[in-house]
Design a binder for this molecule. Structure first.
Ligand SMILES: *[C@@H]1O[C@H](CO)[C@@H](O)[C@H](O)[C@H]1NC(C)=O
Ligand SMILES: *[C@@H]1O[C@H](CO)[C@@H](O)[C@H](O)[C@H]1NC(C)=O
Ligand SMILES: *[C@@H]1O[C@H](CO)[C@@H](O)[C@H](O)[C@H]1NC(C)=O
Ligand SMILES: *[C@@H]1O[C@H](CO)[C@@H](O)[C@H](O)[C@H]1NC(C)=O
Length: 959
């Protein structure tokens, strides 16, 4: 036989197959021609030798009349053979000396004197030494004194100075590129709404490389981009590296080239790659298709039954085909729409399942056992920690659990979400992953999720693994990512220390930050941070089925003494001053704080006069040892709907949205367009879980404005986050503060119309209820609070303020909130005496009006807060969603850490206390402000809040 020399030898086979569509057509062909074609096909096959005997057998039997061999028999036999190939790297993968992603010309790099968290040994291995990056992979880790580096020309040397290096961060759940920032018409390709079951869709087909967040999320080396959760089966995910690809194409971002691009790299006959498939249960698919849970469960079962039938017919077909029993077999049974789901049943696709509640988790686990497939991970999965046994009953292996740290209660399904879920799941031996769901959370800060999980009790080795090795393993990619194997990050501190920031990120051996800005961190930040014990709280969470009582307990005695206090920060004339500090290592110098009736009665060193309280009145005195802790002002939150909502997306649990006189007509009964000024105080809800969580983590006051999508919001109010109802003493801090409007591009009415309306109400003859409050603004009594983002709108507001002040002959108070682009006008804002509530502190360019962010180190020298402060702007900080309020202490600590020492602790505390109050028109007497006691550190550390001293309410609360 003569082997064909044509390198396209496979083509005639495909060409032939398009001409013949059935057995009948084939029967009409002369037998000899059919045989010839068949022999050719066989010869062409690379597997000819392997199948030689089989074909010999076929040739012999072909003179029996009833045997028909499909024209594409060889192709089918190849397919049959591939059915049993298991995914994983090719056998010689670990012998590679160069990555398939290597960019020619990339010089080798050695990072010396690094503290390397390798990810190995269950996340406990740490090596002090050097790392050699060459050929797009990590060639060596260790000490290289005895190792010839001479062979490496152009070696780039980086001195890590003992700092931490980790593998590149791995995000198991992102929509980066599918739902790009800023959001514009037609850019959101996250969800298809064409049907509840669409395993054939591919996120790769919707990967937009012009997403602004690629450049900021770069610290995360790799992301799994998943279709959205609108469908029960939403389609196939893709794994990308965030480095800009040299060919600028979406395909170039893939962790591994698709087979279609370069088959030679990774021969599917040797090893398959795992694919990823999105599934979703519960509210999202149910709601979109008007389904009940029963309907969605059936949609899954119907789809899996279809896939099962195809798989079974393939297996039966192949069992006969490899025996040469072609008679009556026909074509290989397959269907492009269903092949990915069939591959799920073959264990070759990692199922990533958005699934929150016990009911849905249970449904999915039954489904896995009915159809015999495994789930790689449950995502969001807010109730998994309540039902570890359900997860353990899943087919083949328990799914991993991919979580947010503290983002919960945004919908009913997340109502029982707990910060202790990572800890509890790990204690049950389940794999924990922290994920961003970018842009739900900014994947740039995925490590922060791990830091919080660690703070709330996930062991440090598992916390770091939760954003590196564990997600890499869960997606079946740990042969190349998750360990120190391809991508590494050099951090400015221990990665679990708050605010850990990359000094450089190498992806495929290429440094990703062109000019990294670094800040000096205290040396204590090089060690794994100390964290409190939350065993009691975690146990209570389980005892109460995820809804532990959060109301604080009042101290039983009138006198409460805090001992072992290292520092005290108090309010003084609209600022914060450190009024006491002790050397934490010297217990004799530690402070004593005596509180009576909720008011400070004595403060000083333990050896001073305050000690008499401790000795004299032991029986009616509660003594709390703060173990070197601190007393600081209770923090104030603003910016979210905290106080007006329980579950954000549940209309019956929220105050709702105000009518807007600029874009809709206000009914007479509500006062008409000048008569309706809504007061947030009228809609306050007390005892919401987010308010109580905020209280437990040091945020004792909430300021909230009426919620709206329009121009005029109304009057804000300030309330105690621990209040039980509005009429309780001290629950309402101040009924009315500032008047809120907002200036945003929404299409209609225009931004210029909104500014004109503001000019009109400030300078025109505004009457009615609105006129009453506008007068107070004109008199400088009530601040005008403007929600605004873009620098251009801010510039117009600065001009308008000047115009109004010129006409009125007096100054008015103006505060901007949100103000993502305010840093561009820091000087002008300072000169115009316009205050700014930066909200959130770590910006994200999700909308066009916010695209010019000041990202903070390592991408910029400092952050917006520091820039504004440097220009004498009064700066407060805020949050966007109610669950974020509890993390205010971490936000201000982080903002201070980024400022290169410009923002001291007292300044940081002021950002979320006195400054916010001043900017929002809330007047708190210095002596009336709440104080927060922390154990084992100050409020800006990973300490634990153990009590609140409330002069206003005349009590001490103990947690
Ligand atoms: C991994 O670490 C966790 C937490 O430190 C521990 O509970 C677990 O037993 C370890 N697993 C193995 C296999 O060593
Ligand atoms: C490594 O860095 C640490 C911290 O800067 C330093 O104390 C030590 O001397 C360095 N070691 C070497 C071998 O350079
Ligand atoms: C495919 O990969 C091989 C091995 O890396 C390489 O030599 C070849 O040039 C690649 N071909 C294409 C078309 O990229
Ligand atoms: C800010 O205020 C200080 C003190 O009043 C002054 O010295 C400084 O020049 C001001 N800075 C700016 C940028 O205006």
């Amino acid at each position: 036989m003569v082997l064909p020399t044509n390198s396209d030898a496979k083509l005639p086979l495909h060409a032939a197959s398009t001409q013949h569509t059935g057995v009948a057509a084939r029967r009409q062909q002369p037998l000899r021609r059919r045989l010839l074609r068949f022999v050719l096909a066989a010869v062409v096959s690379a597997a000819f030798v392997q199948y030689f005997r089989l074909f010999a057998h076929l040739l012999q039997t072909n003179d029996r009349e009833d045997v028909t061999v499909p024209l594409r028999a060889q192709e089918y036999l190849d397919k049959c053979r591939l059915l049993s190939v298991k995914p994983g790297p090719p056998p010689d993968f670990h012998a590679r000396t160069r990555s398939d992603r290597f960019v020619p010309g990339t010089p080798p790099t050695i990072i010396t004197n690094a503290t390397i968290w390798t990810g190995r040994a269950n996340g406990t291995e740490v090596i002090r030494g050097d790392i050699l990056l060459h050929g797009g992979i990590i060639r060596r880790v260790g000490h290289f004194q005895d190792f010839a580096l001479d062979e490496y020309a152009d070696l780039t040397r980086i001195d890590a100075k003992g700092r931490w290096v980790s593998p590149g961060i791995v995000d198991l759940h992102s929509h980066i590129g599918n739902d790009p920032s800023p959001e514009l018409n037609g850019s959101d390709d996250g969800n298809s709404f064409k049907g509840p079951v669409q395993p054939w869709l591919r996120a790769l087909d919707a990967l937009n490389t012009h997403d602004d967040s690629f450049a900021t999320s770069i610290a995360g080396g790799t992301s799994l981009v998943l279709p959205g959760s609108a469908n029960a089966i939403g389609g196939q995910g893709i794994i990308i590296k965030l480095r800009p690809p040299t060919d600028r194409s979406p395909t170039g971002m893939l962790l591994e080239n698709p087979y279609e691009k370069n088959r030679t790299l990774y021969d599917p006959a040797v090893a398959f790659r795992y694919r990823q498939m999105k599934h979703a249960c519960g509210e999202n698919p149910d709601g979109i298709y008007g389904f009940t849970r029963m309907d969605t469960a059936w949609a899954f079962r119907e789809a899996y039954e279809k896939a099962r039938q195809i798989k079974q017919s393939q297996d039966e077909y192949c069992a006969r085909a490899v025996q040469g029993e072609w008679s009556g077999l026909g074509e290989f049974p397959e269907d492009l729409q269903w092949e990915a789901l069939v591959d799920v049943l073959r264990g070759r696709v990692k199922v990533q399942n958005h699934c929150y509640e016990t009911i849905d988790l249970d449904d999915m686990v039954r489904l896995t056992n009915e159809f015999k497939f495994s789930i790689a991970a449950f995502h969001h999965a807010h109730e998994t920690y309540l039902v570890p046994d359900t997860l353990k009953a899943a087919y083949d292996h328990p799914p991993a659990v991919a979580l947010f740290a503290t983002n919960a209660r945004y919908k009913r399904e997340s109502y029982r979400g707990s910060e202790f879920a990572p800890k509890i799941l790990a204690e049950n031996g389940l794999q924990v992953v922290m994920k961003s769901d970018h842009s739900v959370l900014n994947s740039r800060f995925l490590l922060y999720e791990a830091q919080q999980a660690y703070y709330y009790g996930l062991p440090h080795n598992l916390a770091l693994a939760a954003v590196t090795t564990t997600p890499a393993r869960v997606m079946g990619q740990d042969h190349r990512i998750g360990y120190v194997s391809e991508d590494v990050v050099l951090w400015d501190s221990h990665p679990l220390a708050l605010g850990a920031t990359p000094q450089q990120v190498w992806i495929d051996g290429i440094p990703q930050i062109e000019k990294p800005y670094t800040v000096e961190k205290p040396s204590s930040f090089q060690k794994v941070p100390k964290t409190p014990n939350f065993d009691k709280e975690a146990k209570e969470t389980l005892e109460h089925d995820g809804l532990p009582p959060l109301e604080p307990k009042r101290a039983k005695t009138d006198t409460v003494v805090f001992t072992n206090v290292s520092s005290v920060y108090l309010r003084e004339d609209q600022s914060i001053r450190q009024t006491f500090s002790a050397d934490a290592s010297d217990s004799l110098s530690a402070g004593l704080i005596v509180v009576r009736g909720g008011k400070l009665a004595c403060m000083g060193p333990a050896t001073g006069s305050c000690a008499s309280y401790l000795h004299a009145t032991q029986d009616d005195t509660e003594v709390i040892d703060l173990a070197g802790g601190s007393i600081s002002p209770g923090l104030v939150t603003v910016g979210s709907a905290l106080g007006l909502e329980e579950i954000t997306s549940e209309p019956t649990t929220i105050d709702g949205y105000v009518l807007d006189p600029l874009s809709e007509s206000i009914p007479d009964i509500a006062g008409g367009s000048l008569g309706l000024v809504v007061r947030a105080a009228d809609g306050l809800q007390f005892g919401t879980r987010d308010a109580l969580y905020a209280y437990r983590y040091g945020v004792t006051t909430g300021i909230v404005a009426p919620q709206g999508y329009g121009f005029l919001a109304g009057l804000n109010t300030a309330f105690s986050t621990a209040g039980r109802h509005k009429l309780e003493e001290g629950a309402l801090v101040q009924e009315v503060g500032g008047l809120h409007v907002s200036i945003h591009p929404r299409g209609k009415p225009s931004v210029s119309t909104q500014i004109a309306a503001l000019r009109s109400i400030l300078l025109g003859k505004t009457t009615g209820e609105l006129g009453h409050w506008v007068n107070k603004v004109r008199e400088g009594e009530t601040p005008l609070v403007v929600a605004v983002e873009s620098a251009d709108a801010i510039a117009s507001l600065i001009s308008l303020k000047g115009e109004v002040e010129h006409r009125l002959g007096r100054a008015i108070q103006m505060t901007l909130i949100g103000a993502t682009e305010a840093h561009l006008l820091a000087k002008e804002l300072g000169q115009a005496n316009v205050g700014v509530v930066v909200s959130p502190t770590r910006p994200f360019p999700d909308h066009w009006e916010k695209r010019r962010i000041m990202p903070g180190p390592p991408l910029s020298e400092t952050n917006a807060v520091a820039i504004l402060l440097a220009h004498n702007v009064t700066v407060g900080v805020g949050v966007v969603e109610a669950w974020m309020a509890r993390n205010t202490r971490l936000d201000i600590a982080w903002a201070a850490l980024e400022s290169n020492g410009e923002i001291q602790k007292a300044d940081a505390l002021a950002l979320a206390s006195v400054n916010v109050e001043k900017l929002l028109g809330i007047n708190t007497d210095s002596l009336q402000g709440d104080l927060v006691a922390t154990h084992g550190g100050d409020l800006l550390d990973f300490s634990k809040v153990v009590g609140v001293i409330s002069p206003r309410r005349g009590l001490v609360d103990i947690f």
